[in-house]
Design a protein around this ligand. Structure first.
Ligand SMILES: NC(=O)N[C@@H](CC(=O)O)C(=O)O
Ligand SMILES: [Zn+2]
Ligand SMILES: [Zn+2]
Length: 347
């Protein structure tokens, strides 16, 4: 008997679309299956003002191929000079759905991020007042902290004190990679949620480092040991609405990944839904995929779930997807889950 699964059309609550030729190349990969996405603002230069976010949204819509339907949900990149009133206006216009906190130096294009959180208190208080979500790259940047501990240390030394200072701030802890992050989000009081990526459900640090270094699995926060991967899978498949999908699909061209100092980011837009169906089936939770990919995110962001659906079918033949997509900016390797995928998106 063929197995089929029809769910509301999913949304991606953490996505990098870049701009220029890369945008044109990667946008159809997401729009094929996803109705909406929270679009990350870490361009060069970053998307800091409402005006810039509007211009970026227009560029995305202009790059969308005819016949595809997709709604970008814009975000602003928080800096120490961000104007609370500009944010409030952009949110009131329905343009901006979240503000992104990058600790300066934590990840790709985060140089303009926040060094001293006390300098953004005014903005954060304004956001708490108007109910605008703060999305957080949750890693400390102290070079003395081991890279595998940077998320855990962030929870204790930055996130928890910040939430104690402004308890009504709505927070999304992005791309959780540790059991500590999961436990924090699951048990914290107040308005908090967390996104989980596709690749962190499928790989752990062995995939990056054992038997040769595999730069296409390198991203930030870096994948941790298998016990953390298992904690992420338990959370994603648990049906707890605090955890939902943010793929963090983050394209970099192959020459910038396969380098002595390679960029951080995994590009998973092309096969994410097939990967997720695989994971949820493996964990006996196919019936919970819709919540994770299509329902909990909109609820969290105060939006209605999509009216349209997608249908996945499990077929004997493996999904045939390109190892890389060719963009005008260069080739971009697609996430390799390490085994064949049998779930096909058929409608
Ligand atoms: N996840 C990554 O490794 N990279 C992201 C930035 C980010 O989400 O931290 C990117 O923009 O390339
Ligand atoms: Zn990040
Ligand atoms: Zn990201």
């Amino acid at each position: 008997m063929t197995q089929r699964l029809t769910i509301r059309r999913p949304d991606d609550w953490h996505l990098h679309l870049r701009d220029g030729a890369m945008l044109a190349g990667v946008l159809p990969e997401t729009a094929r299956h996803f109705a909406r996405a929270i679009v990350m603002p870490n361009l060069v230069p970053p998307v800091v003002t409402g005006e810039h976010a509007r211009a970026y949204r227009d560029k995305i819509m202009a790059a969308l191929p005819e016949g595809m339907v997709f709604e970008p949900l814009m975000t602003l990149y928080l800096t120490e000079t961000t104007d609370p009133e500009d944010i409030a206006r952009a949110a009131a216009d329905g343009l901006v759905h979240a503000v992104k906190l990058y600790p300066a130096g934590a990840t790709t294009n985060s140089q303009s991020g926040v060094r001293d959180l006390t300098r953004v208190t005014g903005v954060l208080e304004k956001m708490a007042e108007i109910g605008l979500t703060l999305c957080i790259h949750g890693e400390v940047t102290d070079p003395h902290v081991d890279i595998f501990d940077r998320e855990q240390v962030f929870l204790e030394t930055v996130l928890d004190p910040l939430r104690a200072r402004i308890p009504s701030l709505k927070v999304t802890l992005e791309h959780i990679t540790t059991s500590h992050g999961i436990d924090y989000v699951a048990s914290a009081s107040g308005d908090i949620a967390g996104t989980i990526t596709t690749h962190h459900l499928m790989i752990n640090r062995n995939h990056i480092l054992a038997g040769g270094i595999r730069p296409h699995y390198y991203c930030l926060p870096v994948a941790k040991r298998a016990t953390h991967q298992q904690a992420l899978r338990r959370a994603a498949t648990s049906g707890n609405p605090r955890f939902f999908l943010g793929t963090d699909s983050a394209p970099h061209t192959d020459p910038t990944k396969e380098a002595a100092c390679g960029c951080a980011g995994v590009f998973s837009a092309t096969n994410t839904m097939s990967c997720l169906a695989h994971v949820f089936e493996e964990d006996g939770a196919l019936d919970r995929l819709e919540g994770f990919a299509s329902l909990f995110g909109p609820a969290r962001y105060g939006l209605a779930p999509n009216e349209t659906t997608i249908t996945l079918e499990k077929r004997p033949e493996p999904l045939d997807y390109p190892a890389k997509i060719i963009t005008g900016a260069g080739p971009v390797t697609v996430f390799d889950p390490g085994h064949p995928l049998h779930w096909h998106v058929i409608a």
